[in-house]
Design a protein around this ligand. Structure first.
Ligand code: GTP
Ligand code: MG
Length: 184
């Protein structure tokens, strides 16, 4: 089957608390090895169409609270086609902040949003028990979350999968991603 899509590129933004591994995830994807020393923010990266699974040029954008203002954060949120919302599976506070801070912020920033979100539990190499149950509860409450993946920038587990899910969420969206209560 040939799918027709109007998107000529995909812009993926990584968000999440400090230290969850956003920059490491991007650099691990690009270099296929875990970077020991990471800058606060990775440069914007463009993956050429022919090396992406969906054959669409893909921009990957990092966020750093130390380098960017709240206005710059909002600007990047509005430019993004899909957001990877990252927490660390070994730091429960970063998981709690997904629902207390990040998801409400995204709903405010992009009302009636059709911007899909991929929920990403990073540092999977550090734990034995999955955080999938907690993630499922969050996904029930926030239908704008398109999919969930546990991964590790360190062991490289599920890194390319995470970016593939993000691409797929933009290029092959499922039915309404998020309809606010007011609209219903
Ligand atoms: P900010 O730029 O401050 O917002 O943080 P960040 O989200 O970009 O995190 P960063 O990539 O700087 O990683 C923070 C720390 O976690 C670093 O010491 C990384 O080496 C470490 N780290 C990142 N990913 C993993 C992982 O998958 N496993 C383990 N064990 N450590 C990781
Ligand atoms: Mg960083």
């Amino acid at each position: 089957m040939v799918r027709i899509t109007s998107r000529k590129n995909v812009r993926i933004l990584l968000l999440g608390d400090r230290g969850v591994g956003k920059t490491s995830l991007i650099l691990s994807l690009v270099s296929e090895e875990f970077p020991e020393d990471v800058p606060p923010k990775a440069e914007e990266i463009t993956i050429p169409a022919d090396v992406t699974p969906e054959m669409v040029p893909t921009h990957i954008v990092d966020y750093s609270a130390v380098e960017q203002s709240d206005d710059q954060l909002l600007e990047e949120i509005r430019r993004a086609h899909v957001i990877c919302l990252v927490y660390s599976v070994e730091d429960e506070r970063t998981l709690m902040r997904i629902t207390t801070h990040w998801l409400p912020l995204l709903r405010d920033a992009i009302p009636h949003s059709r911007c899909p979100i991929i929920l990403v539990g990073n540092k999977e190499d550090l734990i034995e028990e999955s955080t999938v149950d907690a993630a499922q509860d969050i996904m029930e409450e926030y239908p704008e979350i398109e999919s969930f993946v546990e991964c590790s920038a360190k062991s490289l587990k599920n890194i390319s999968e995470m970016f593939y899910y993000a691409q797929k969420a933009v290029l092959h969206p499922t039915a309404p991603i998020y309809i606010s209560e007011k609209q219903m």
